[in-house]
Design a protein around this ligand. Structure first.
Ligand code: KIV
Length: 265
């Protein structure tokens, strides 16, 4: 089984092969994704929303990320493991960004980090790339900018926003990122960015023309509650299946059907 690296991602774009990326936050799910030969596992700061019960990603810390990255790395043998840099772990200055990215790589075992931002993140992406920490960019709807954006909204519909996102994408590539996430941007704009960049684009709510696609694993599995953005495709409804199993267990405890003889000593 060949280990997937950042250079494979570039080769996939060059050869027109699509990249699949999913999030994972624990060892068990990571093992399943890895067994499916997924190319990239992202330990997203979405861990805040879908695992830690937070309202947004802002409170997630480097320590939270290291905890989850370690678990995911234990479950991955093949996939490229990318760790999100949480809010305020890279915004203060490039030195702080290097220190925190170093922790995610050295302690967590991640092989690359993801940073939100375009032109405003150029200096940080360059600083990390210059010390050989591979960086995935992330533009469009950047959840760490929720307060500036006034909520989770599609970005790039207005002409001035479109121009800004094109400039952001170029800045991320120029700074040395190996790939870039495009979140919640019109499909036509994502296609234009994908054509104009050499590095692979990975879309979430950005149409079919990106070089790859990413989803949050809980959204795909139906384990994310009622809120479902338009771009999410739910492939299975695990919440209902889990509830059914739990109810059956409780019922069997009441009726002494469980444990049966085969579960007893
Ligand atoms: O944190 C996350 O899960 C992400 C993906 C949605 C790209 O950033």
């Amino acid at each position: 089984m060949k280990k997937i690296t950042v250079t494979d991602m570039q080769a996939m774009k060059d050869e027109g092969r699509k990249i699949s990326m999913l999030t994972a936050y624990d060892c068990y799910i990571a093992r399943i994704l890895d067994a499916c030969s997924i190319e990239i596992i992202l330990v997203g700061d979405s861990v805040g929303n879908v695992v830690l019960g937070l309202d947004n990603t802002l409170p997630v810390t480097v320590a939270d990320m290291v905890h989850h990255v370690k678990a995911v790395v234990r479950g991955s043998t093949q996939a490229l493991v990318v760790a999100d840099m949480p809010f305020m772990s890279y915004q203060i200055c490039p030195e702080e960004a290097k220190r925190n990215a170093g922790i995610l790589i050295k302690e967590g075992g991640a092989e690359a980090v993801k940073v939100e931002g375009g032109e405003n993140a150029e200096e940080v992406i360059k600083a990390l790339s210059d010390i050989d920490i591979p960086v995935m960019g992330h533009i469009g709807l950047t959840p760490q900018s929720i307060h500036r954006m006034g909520g989770y909204k599609v970005q790039g519909r207005e002409e001035h926003q479109r121009q800004k996102l094109l400039a952001d994408a170029v800045a991320v590539e120029r700074a040395g990122a190996f790939s870039i996430v495009l979140e919640a941007v019109p499909a036509g704009l994502a296609q234009e960015i994908t054509r104009s960049l050499k590095i692979p684009t990975i879309g979430i709510g950005a149409g079919v023309h990106c070089d790859g696609q990413v989803l949050v694993i809980n959204d795909l599995l139906g384990l994310a509650g009622k809120f479902r953005p338009k771009f999410v495709k739910q492939y299975v409804q695990l919440e209902d299946i889990i509830k059914q199993a739990v109810k059956q267990f409780m019922d069997e405890v009441q009726t002494e059907k469980f444990p049966a003889d085969e579960h007893s000593f």
